[in-house]
Write a protein that binds this ligand. Structure first.
Ligand SMILES: NC(=O)c1ccc[n+]([C@@H]2O[C@H](COP(=O)([O-])OP(=O)(O)OC[C@H]3O[C@@H](n4cnc5c(N)ncnc54)[C@H](OP(=O)(O)O)[C@@H]3O)[C@@H](O)[C@H]2O)c1
Length: 357
């Protein structure tokens, strides 16, 4: 089955996804009968492109800057133009892959991209935290209404299948809460400090490795973790919140001193994201917490992440990622793409749609 894709955002993640799509082309065709073509690409500063016959997205990913897209006079003016052209294509399966930069104040432009795509009957897969953190209820209802998918596995812990795990393998289980270390940059800084490195030196290394957000204050001040916490709470616990509602405290130079003092006592300081169901709804927080060495989260070093789900039937379930990155995030998009294809086949065969999380 042919699937036509528009890549909205073509930075680190979008380019890695374009390459992974090519690397897994035979696999997608053989195991999932998916013949994927990229027919549109949109960026903020380097133009847009749409070619109904298909684009060599790997060649575009290999090129740099304003020449990357080789745009022509007929190119759409902006990302919404690319989405409209995709929606008008004759493919049986139209998928918007959204990987734009996150504006933490409002979750844009991703929310508008996702809304426009769903309204025009396109499926959406995204690695952006914004849509699930700010507008999950509205967008998931819109997707259900239009009979399309809205999937965002890459938004939290790169390729670790958190949302898929709960949706696909934990039927009739209530998620009562969670706690985790879900920001790689701050965990790297805290564990580097324990090894004697300076706060600024550890942060500079994360920026050089492309792991820190473009604006590193988003990591250090806890905003990235707060956005992921809101997304997890909205999807897994049916909260209705935004990152601004998370009780948030980041890490700073004083946290570095606390981390050293804790180490002297045989403990560890980690930036812990947590959520708990309360009588009034869902209480969430992101803050540095001193943990005993025996705590699973205390043992996470460097860019390792972990999430512990508290459930009513199964007790605690922990997921750990020792080292995430662009490939894992691109894989999350690819796995969501396969889910879209599977659901489409089920719908064609007349099976009832799955209405779970
Ligand atoms: N990097 C990671 O490891 C990682 C992991 C998990 C999730 N994520 C999330 O994935 C998303 C992408 O991350 P990234 O590292 O690929 O970011 P990036 O390298 O900064 O790329 C962002 C892309 O979005 C484009 N863009 C921004 N605003 C746009 C708009 N209004 N219309 C069209 N295109 C627009 C940019 O265009 P220009 O190039 O022209 O500016 C660029 O191509 C972010 O939301 C991030 O939080 C990233």
């Amino acid at each position: 089955m042919r699937a036509d894709l528009a890549l909205i955002g073509f930075g680190h993640v979008g380019r890695r996804f374009a390459r992974l799509l090519e690397e897994r082309r035979d696999w997608l065709a053989l195991d999932y009968e998916l013949d994927c073509r990229v027919i549109g690409i949109a960026t903020a500063h380097n133009g847009c492109i749409f070619r109904a016959q298909g684009i060599d997205a790997v060649a575009a990913a290999d090129r740099q800057g304003s020449d990357a897209l080789d745009a022509d006079a007929a190119a759409p003016a902006d990302s919404f133009g690319v989405i409209r052209r995709l929606a008008g294509s004759d493919s049986p399966l139209k998928i918007v892959v959204e990987t734009t930069t996150l504006d933490i104040a409002a979750g844009q432009p991703a929310i508008d991209h996702v809304r426009a795509a769903l309204e025009s009957g396109c499926h959406v897969v995204t690695a952006n935290k914004g849509p699930a953190a700010f507008a999950y209820e509205e967008l998931s209802a819109l997707a259900a209404d239009r009979g399309v998918s809205f999937l965002f596995e890459g938004a939290v812990m790169d390729g670790v299948p958190i949302f898929n795990l709960v949706r696909e393998t934990l039927p009739a289980v209530d998620i009562l809460g969670f706690r985790g270390v879900i920001n790689s940059t701050t965990n790297h800084i805290l564990s580097a400090i324990e090894d004697g490195e300076s706060f600024d030196g550890a942060l500079a290394r994360m920026q050089a490795d492309g792991i820190a957000e473009a604006d590193p204050s988003l990591d250090v001040d806890g905003w990235d973790a707060a956005a992921k916490t809101a997304a997890l709470a909205n999807v897994l616990m049916r909260a209705r919140m935004t990152p601004q509602a998370v009780d948030r405290e980041g890490i700073e130079q004083t946290t570095a001193r606390l981390a050293m003092a804790a180490k002297g006592r045989g403990a560890r300081v980690r930036l812990v994201a947590s959520a708990k169901r309360t009588a009034g709804g869902v209480a969430t927080s992101v803050r540095p917490i001193e943990l005993p060495e025996s705590d699973l989260l205390a043992g996470l070093r460097g860019v390792a992440n972990a999430l512990i789900l508290q459930t009513d039937v199964l007790g605690e379930i922990a997921m750990t990622q020792l080292a995430g990155g662009l490939t894992q995030t691109a894989y999350a998009l690819l796995s969501d793409l396969v889910t879209v294809g599977r659901r489409h086949r089920q719908a064609r065969s007349g099976a009832a749609p799955d209405r779970s999380r």
